[in-house]
Design a protein around this ligand. Structure first.
Ligand code: C2E
Ligand code: MG
Ligand code: MG
Ligand code: MG
Length: 291
């Protein structure tokens, strides 16, 4: 019985143990500089309604164009920015930039919506809700055209406070989305009481669903679960036509993934929105067959 506890592994090296390594300290100081020096860029990835073929919103995804490292993806620097207190400034920049971009598209005749990822610590900033309101007003974008994507982890940290913030954001009129369902610590208790509009199933299940029967079964179960809560469900990581068709068959509302579009540079978005798309042809041929 006690054998288990005496077999606790000896100290194993992990990158986390190395939080003050020279490389990491350099990364932190470069990130601070990058903010001042405007080295960040946003790409936008469409979410597409599976029933109507309509683009429901464009998710802003941050990239860092570092002069030495090249293009750095968010998985490398967002966790660090969260740990060293840079994430609020970064989120502020993302909100300002994506809403300004949304306004520019609107001025060109495209009334699209944008979605912004919000890290767990940001939700707990005292002035976050005011900041969102201010950015919407500055850009002249109505609140319902902004979706905030929040992971479940944001809620678990301090559920009572997170719930108040979510209700305030809801009262402001922005749409709320729970990101990466299935990837973190999920709690059905919280999911049930969150004032949100949509839930996104993590791509780790969606990407494999046309090959792995278990993944297909999990996605089906999650779609049903989210619908039971009377929320809209988005599948991220749709990489092929089979997955799109299967999601359509099981009643998933919205899809996002490389098969529909990679994240796009902002100047490519109007052209993409106006171009013909494979999924539109599929929907049209299906309607034709039914007639
Ligand atoms: P996320 O919000 O869950 O975004 C989905 C990620 O999956 C994105 O990676 C996207 O490029 C990628 N993806 C989309 N479709 C496919 C597909 O079909 N196949 C595969 N393999 N991947 C796909 P990305 O851009 O590297 O972002 C990673 C994560 O970084 C995001 O996950 C989000 O949590 C975070 N992130 C990105 N931008 C921001 C931001 O502005 N602020 C904050 N706080 N977090 C951000
Ligand atoms: Mg997201
Ligand atoms: Mg996600
Ligand atoms: Mg993710």
């Amino acid at each position: 019985y006690y054998a288990k506890s005496t077999r606790t592994p000896a100290q194993v090296y992990t990158p986390r143990a190395d939080v003050n390594s020279a490389a990491r300290l350099a990364l932190v100081s470069d990130l601070r500089w990058a903010l001042l020096n405007e080295e960040f860029r946003l790409q936008y990835q469409p979410k597409v309604s599976i029933v109507e073929g309509r683009v429901t919103s464009l998710e802003a995804l941050i990239r860092w164009h570092d002069p030495v490292r090249g293009v750095v993806g968010p998985d490398t620097f967002i966790p660090v920015a969260e740990q060293v207190g840079l994430i609020s400034d970064l989120t502020d920049w993302v909100l300002a930039t994506s809403l300004r971009q949304c306004r520019a598209w609107q001025d060109q005749g495209s009334y699209v919506s944008v979605a912004v990822n919000v890290s767990p610590p940001t939700l707990h900033d005292t002035d976050f809700v005011q900041g969102v309101r201010r950015h919407l007003e500055l850009a002249g974008i109505p609140p319902h055209r902004l979706t905030l994507e929040i992971t479940e982890g944001a809620v678990m940290r301090d559920p009572a406070h997170a719930l108040r913030v979510l209700h305030d954001l809801r009262a402001l009129g922005v749409r709320l989305s729970i990101d990466d369902l299935g990837a973190g610590q999920s709690s059905l208790t919280y999911l049930r009481q969150l004032p949100v509009d949509e839930v996104k199933i993590d791509k780790s299940f969606v990407m494999g669903m046309s090959e792995v029967a278990d993944d297909d079964a999990i996605v089906c179960a999650l779609v049903n679960l989210v619908h039971t809560l009377r929320l809209a469900v988005v599948a991220e990581g749709v990489e092929d036509e089979r997955t799109w068709q299967r999601l359509r068959q099981i009643g998933c509302d919205t899809a996002q993934g490389y098969w529909l579009s990679r994240p796009l540079d902002p100047e490519l978005v109007p052209g993409w929105l106006g171009a013909p798309h494979r999924y539109i042809d599929l929907l049209a041929s299906e309607r034709g067959r039914r007639r």
